[in-house]
Design a binder for this molecule. Sequence first.
Ligand SMILES: [Zn+2]
Length: 287
Amino acid sequence: MARIDKYGIHDLRKEFPTNDDCLEFIFRTTHSERCSCGGHYKRLPERRQYQCSRCRYQIAPTADTIFEKSATPLTLWFHAIFVFSSAKNGISAKQMERELNVTYKTAWRILRLIRESLHNEKHRLLGDVEMDETYFGGKGDAGRNNKDLGRVMDDKAVILGAVERDGEIRAEVVKDAKARTIGQFLHNNVERIKTRLLTDESNRYDLVARMYHRQSVNHSLHEYARGDVHTNTIEGFWSHVKRSISGTHKAVSKRYLQSYLDGFVWHYNNRHSDRDRFSALLFALLR
Ligand SMILES: [Zn+2]
């Protein structure tokens, strides 16, 4: 999909040249300039606070946001948000450290706070929806006759995903790929009526997707598409995530996998415009 508008680092610097500009934006996004007493809020000099001209009530716009207790200047935060929102292959703490010229620890903390603040959409998908599972990480091989298959698979994280064609994606790290888990994921993320569910031939779907209008392709018979019945979109997303993680992050522990995954899902769902993606992230952080 073509990018509708470009938003680069120069645009960012022009829009938010100083810490005061960033604070003003945060204030205007989260509060009304007018106090309920009829007065107007004005910035207190040298402080991250606004005060009502009549009743003297004070507002700290960064309270309860990720900016609150941070010694990092707001312009640097905005720069970090811009970098994160532009990096569709993800960004490591090492890269963020270089980009912002801060310590590794600060870069790591900024990235963690941004990832944790992402609010992905939760409404259910409908229409043509592809669903698939993938396995991530883990070491070792299954040995002769697959005698260690159980152990190797236990090490791997299971991810379930569903994508609406030309629409949004949902992806979740789950405890296993059993039919019941798949059923729960489907129930939470995909509308039953008005949906054509596209999957591979796995019989786990037979059990849980009975209520759905489902069509499948048989990968084990090397059938990857039959007309418009295929799972190429979701498989493309899996390979993008895997390539990006091995290229950018080298390794991601199971513990943080969901938050990295949320980052990729968020980028996918906000893929149409650079400027919108930057504001969407900024607004998400201010909620
Ligand atoms: Zn007032």
